[in-house]
Design a protein around this ligand. Structure first.
Ligand code: FMN
Length: 211
């Protein structure tokens, strides 16, 4: 039986990244009757920041391993198991202040531990899982645009996923979302934003086939 791990992070219930990831998840369900979808809404149910107890148990290994592990350590390990046990990761995330929301960073901090998702000695990731990442961002960051080098959303996710072994990743981005809609301040950017969204929808529909 197949499992989809579907994570969303936008603050907005009717957001574009949610619409696109939801569309992908619907296709996935159609193709995997009986499959399981594990959901996390990181805006509605944010994870706490990782703490010293987790770092001592899972990063520095300075904590005693005798007895039962603290609940927050077990929670991180449950999130690791959930990721490693999935067949596909679907992440929908907006850009906030040029990168991912802190809620997504918190989830990454919960799952990126040596010996669990990466091997620091051999320098290789331990998560063998394909991913589809849906990105939304208010501005445009294409090559040659004034803010091209401000985009720390996709490059960061690409690297951190590669680090833990998620190398088969498809990124689908809807850009210029702040310029779409009725109150757009700029007609040219509005049509570029609308086109970006249409292309993202087309890519979602195409990519979902056979996933
Ligand atoms: C707190 C916050 C910070 C944002 N920072 C940026 C930013 O740095 N760059 C950008 O292009 N858009 C930024 N935006 C706009 C969002 O990326 C844009 O509205 C996007 O469509 C949100 O995704 P969603 O539709 O899935 O909610 C920000 C929005 C919020 C709420």
């Amino acid at each position: 039986m197949s499992t989809l791990l579907h994570i969303d992070a936008s603050l907005r219930p009717d957001s574009l990244s949610r619409r696109l990831s939801g569309r992908f998840a619907e296709h996935w369900r159609d193709q995997h009757p009986g499959g399981t979808v594990t959901r996390h809404d990181l805006a509605a149910d944010p994870l706490p920041h990782v703490n010293l107890t987790q770092a001592e148990h899972l990063m520095y290994r300075t904590a005693s391993s005798d007895g039962e592990q603290p609940e927050e350590v077990r929670r991180s390990l449950r999130l690791v198991d959930e990721l490693r046990g999935a067949d596909l990761l679907l992440l929908g995330t907006p850009m906030y202040n040029f990168t991912i929301p802190s809620t997504v960073k918190a989830w990454i901090d919960h799952i990126a531990w040596p010996g669990h998702t990466f091997d620091p000695v051999e320098g290789r990731g331990l998560v063998d899982l394909p991913a589809v990442v849906i990105l939304s961002r208010g501005g445009g960051y294409g090559p040659g645009s004034p803010r091209a080098d401000f985009n720390f959303q996709e490059p960061y996710l690409r690297k951190v996923f590669e680090f833990i072994g998620i190398t088969d990743v498809e990124f689908i981005a809807a850009e210029l979302t702040m310029f779409t809609g009725e109150n757009s301040p700029d007609e040219q950017l509005k049509s570029l934003g609308e086109r970006s969204l249409e292309e993202a929808i087309e890519r979602v529909d195409k990519l979902a086939v056979g996933r």
